[in-house]
Write a protein that binds this ligand. Structure first.
Ligand code: NDP
Length: 324
């Protein structure tokens, strides 16, 4: 039987309805609910994200402000601006938009955001709190993956969970959240040095994939070609093929890989209307194949992504409630 598709868009809609009610209560109580994004210089992808954040925040009653700083600003000046916003009691939460210009140290600027306004959950203090069951906020993508997992698989106790990917912002927090005492899975974490990945994924009752391997390969290939180097077109097939998925597994595919939609006979990527490479977004898991084996699976797009944005708004409301 085909797996149930875990609908991230529907989950995000439901979560945002709840958040809108909470935002309204805060406003009625005269409390500020304000999210500020700081962007240094211009970046097309970042512009897309800030527009989306603004639209979604406003839709649920969160004030949204984008502070745009010039690309040539110094590191100290950016830190100064962030510290000023952080000290402003009308600001509930702060986001530092990526990427930053090369001369700005992202980690140093991020530390200027206090843990109580860190709506992305990236402050070391907030990351550290995941070790003891979580604090005010946590990183948005792990929260989103866990939210969808709990909906598809409320009883995690004793389940074999395999997390593929161990980054600080995605894989590691998920692995820790899966071990929260009250509803705790047995967790295996796989990464690029893992021998025989399939032997781990095949016994996963819960499989969480978060590598972005295909995207990384495609990006490196393009960079090599742009530098005039000879490069063989990389294998862009999903890291986790259908035969690597256990029967009846619950699969949460966190990855978003933007890779060519196809290739022509000469091996060149197909082009879109305006001559740019036509891209599609896919996860780490062979979705069509895994549909025939898993009991439930998140699609890409439309799975973890929309819920990640909802979690950013959830963290904003949490910070607004705790506001100093
Ligand atoms: P990173 O590049 O920081 O980490 C990738 C991880 O994958 C690393 O731990 C790496 O191992 C592991 N890995 C790489 N190759 C393999 C392999 N062949 N086998 C097993 N593991 C491998 O990526 P992020 O954690 O930042 O992001 C992961 C994915 O999640 C990306 O696709 C990203 O786009 C997506 N993402 C999605 C979000 C959303 O809202 N849906 C938000 C954030 C990220 P090692 O540690 O050994 O290098």
């Amino acid at each position: 039987m085909a797996a149930t598709i875990i609908d991230g868009k529907a989950a995000a809609k439901e979560i945002k309805q709840q958040l809108a009610a909470e935002a309204a209560e805060l406003r009625e109580a005269g409390r500020p609910v304000r999210l500020v994004a700081v962007q240094v210089g211009h970046d097309d992808a970042s512009e897309y994200y800030t527009k989306m954040q603004a639209r979604q925040a406003k839709a649920i009653g969160i004030d949204y402000q984008l502070v745009e700083l010039p690309a040539e600003i110094s590191q100290d000046e950016v830190v100064g601006q962030v510290l000023k916003l952080d000290a402003d009691s009308s600001v509930s939460g702060l986001i530092l938009q990526m990427p930053l210009p090369r001369h700005i140290n992202a980690a140093a600027v991020q530390l200027a955001i206090s843990p109580e306004k860190d709506v992305e959950g990236m402050h070391p203090e907030n990351l550290g709190r995941i070790l003891t069951g979580g604090g005010l906020v946590a990183p948005c993508t792990p929260m989103a993956a866990m939210e969808l997992l709990r909906r598809a698989c409320p009883e995690l106790s004793g389940k074999e969970a395999v997390v593929v990917g161990r980054s600080t912002i995605v894989g590691k927090p998920i692995a820790l959240m899966l071990q929260y005492m009250e509803n705790s899975a047995t967790v295996t974490v796989c990464h690029s040095r893992t021998k025989d990945l399939a032997s781990h994924t095949r016994r996963a009752e819960v499989l969480i994939a978060a590598t972005g391997l295909s995207q990384g390969r495609w990006t490196r290939y393009q960079q090599q070609r742009a530098a005039g180097k000879d490069a063989e077109r990389p294998d862009l097939s999903p890291l986790i093929s259908a035969d690597m998925v256990a029967e009846a597994a619950v699969v949460i595919d966190v990855a978003t890989n933007y890779i060519p939609a196809g290739f022509d006979e000469s091996g060149e990527p197909l082009k879109a209307d305006r001559g740019e490479v036509a891209l599609k977004s896919v996860g780490d898991v062979d979705f069509e194949g895994a549909m025939q084996r898993a009991s439930a699976i998140t699609p890409v797009p439309g799975g973890v992504g929309p819920v990640t944005v909802a979690m950013l708004l959830k963290n904003t409301i949490a910070c607004a409630k705790a506001g100093r």
